[in-house]
Each structure stands twice: as C-alpha cells, then as structure tokens.
Design a protein around this ligand. Sequence first.
Ligand code: FCB
Length: 473
Amino acid sequence: MSEVLHFPRGFLWGAATAAYQVEGAAGEDGRGDSIWDTFCRLPGAVVDGHTGDEACNHYHRYREDVALMRSLNLGSYRFSTSWPRIQPDGRKTNTAGLDFYSRLVDELHAAQIKPWLTLYHWDLPQALEDDGGWANRDTAYRFAEYALAVHEVLGDRVDVWTTLNEPWCSAFLGYGSGVHAPGRQSRPDALAAMHHLLLGHGLAVTELRQLAPKAKLGLTLNFTVVDPVDPNDPADLDAARRIDGQFNRAFLDPVFHGAYPADFLADVAKYGLEERIFPGDMNTICAPIDTLGVNYYHGEAVTGHPRADAGNAHAAPVERELAPPYPAADQVSVVPRGLPTTAMGWEVQPEGLYRLLTRLQEDYSGPAGTALYITENGAAYDDVVGPDGSVEDPERLEFIRAHLFQCHKAIGAGVDLRGYFGWSLMDNFEWAWGYHKRFGLVRVDYTTLERTVKASGSWFANVAGTNSVRAGV
Ligand code: FCB
C-alpha cells in the first residue's frame, strides 16, 4: 500500500548551494581571496589539493542553472553571496562583484523562483583573517557593514536574508579542529570566533530590521541529535550533555534566550569566553528573528568512557594533523550504532529530524514565533553513471524521502515548518573532501561541467511539483 502525504499549501521547496562550493571564477571581476582560497593552497589541507577555483562555474553558468531549477519545479534557491567577491579586502565594495548577484536574482525572479540569500557561508575575506579573523571582535562590525552593502543593492528584490550558515562549523572546525579554513587549532580562538559570529549576526539583523521592516531575517544552524549510549550511565549522560551544549545550545540559547547555557560556560571556563562578552552583546545577539534555518544530516550516540574505535566524526582524511572540534569534550567518543551510513560515514537517522524539529518548536522557535525551514538535508553517495549517462541513485532518493516523511510527521505534531531545501542542487566542492563527495540532485561532470539530473532529482521535481511525497511501497 502506498500513501500520499500532502504538505501544507505554500510549503516552500528548494535546493541550496554556497558561493565557494559552486561559483568558480575565483580570480574574476576583482574578487579577492577568501580564507578558503588560502586554505586550499596549504599542503595537505584538502584531499588531493582540490580548490574552488573552477568549481561548477556557476558564476558563468547561472542562467543554465536557473533553468535547471525551473525544470525541477523549485520554488526557491538558497545561495550565498561571496564576501570577498563583494568586498575584496573586507571593507570596500566592488560593484562588479555585486553585479553577479544582481543578475542571478533577476534571473531567478524571471523564472519565478524566490531568492533565499545567505550572507556568510564560510568564505571570510583573507584580508580580515590577516587582521585576526573571527577571533577579532572587529570582524563582527565589518560583517554588519557588508550586510548593509549587499542589502543596498539587492534589498529591493530579495526578501529572505540569512546572516550565517552554520557558525558551529566556522568557529569549531575553522578555529578549533583546523579541518576547515582558516585551519587554526586554538580553543580560545574557536570560542572567541563563536561569540563574534553570533555578535555579527545580531548586529546585521538589527541594522537590516531598521532598513527593511518587512524582510524575513534569520540564520541557519546545524544540529545534532545526541543520545547517551547508556541512558543510566552518568558518564554517558554527561557526554551527551556536553555535545548537546557545545553543538546545539551554545548557539540556540544566545539567539533565542540571550544567554549562553550555564553548564556550557562552566565547561569552557578556562578558555576566556566570558572576557569576550561585552555589556549589551547578548541583547544584540537575541534580536528577534523571523526564520530559523535547520541543517540536519545525522545524530549520534556518545559515551564518556574511552573507546578504541573513537574517531573524529567530522573529519576528512587529510594529511594535516587535526585537533578535536569541541573545546571541552575530550573524554567523549561517538559510538557507531550499526545504522546504515552515507558515503561521508554519517549514520542515516531520519527519526532524529522529528525529534529535533519538535524540540526546536517547543523550546526555541515556537515561543519566539519564528518559522522553521529545513535549509539543508541530503546525502553523499558514490554515484555510478550508467552507459546512457543517467545516474540512478536510489539511496539518496530514499534518504530524502525518509526525512520528508519525518518533516510531514513534525508538521502534523504542530511544528511550524514551512519549507525544505535539499543539499545540494548540484555536486560541488565539499570543503576538505574536495570534489570526492557528491551531494547533488544534479550530477556535475568536472571535466566538461555538464549537468545531468539524477534520478533523485527527477523524483524531487515531482515532490515539489505536487507538494506531496509518496510514503511506503
Ligand atoms: C554542511 C554545509 C554545506 C555542505 C554540507 C554537506 O555542513 O553547510 O556547505 O558542505 O554540510
């Protein structure tokens, strides 16, 4: 028996990308270096030394890509603007760089696709990193100025503004573990970066709100759903509390409640975070937001006991030595549960999404009147191209279907979930993994840059077109 699940009228279906992962054209029209350009040149930082120099050449192929989106029945495109394309030195605006986004937005409108703009998806201008990067408080103010510069040109045509994508990754992978740009390995810097990213978010929201009271403002966070291996073991419970604190609550509590969680502050006490918090900061950070973007890929089971098979679940197999991403969880190990995994080694755990959404609704977004959107969900698998050039990717299709099923269930339970963006529109530069991991609904041949809609993409087009998903067989 198969059952058709209908989504609420007006549910937004989209797909997402990020500037550095798809644009290419790294040296064109006055673009400056970002921390990712520098990082990719660092020996052993990215698998096989891949870079985003060419990527999918979305910069020149955006018309074709928008046509592709239209053929997939997408109602919205989530993309990010490249700060160093718009402000090569992090300060002065380069009109030629902004023009690209102006053309892209016009093309989207012509195709009746809503632009969903993210201001920061990890590509800090290198010039600002040279001045201390996100560990320097000043970067938060530069970010707010950059937000205004983009708004000045696109504000008349874009009404959804996301400040940051996954500040957890920017801070803890970029400044803590060193697996992401800028590759620093300092716990005090990681915590300072976290605070300054959140401050930059709050400053930008405050400024944009004044200029554009009707715009929808928010940020995108990534989440984990963490379970203790043994719910009766105090060490495992403490491990779960720490990961929940350092992954989820360290970002949610400031944004929605205006304070870092007390247990988190105690855990990281020796790294100087509290000295970074100036009077008024927390008030700025909890400026009301209209949308919370939810990125969900997987949850994890953790233990507080030493494990021989403990690994760093977020790390790519790079040559550089990496440090742990969490500032205060050295005794915590992730324990594989025997669930199926994707090509990233991430466990497939759709029910975690239901638990995450209901928790957000109850504890954070619901009381604040903030709407939830899935801004990223999807999976990498080792796609095989058939003799006729087609890509049958049933695992990705089933992954998305299973997560949509949980979205539908959450909506039924009263969660104010208004949209779903698949990650990603197309295969692209997967950070420290280079081009080795493919997340696209559309395949990109990196030799010819030819795009081919995968079977999951055709299926998703049907979901978006009918506003419904078929469950079961
Ligand atoms: C998220 C990032 C996105 C992509 C996916 C797989 O953490 O926001 O750019 O790399 O993971």
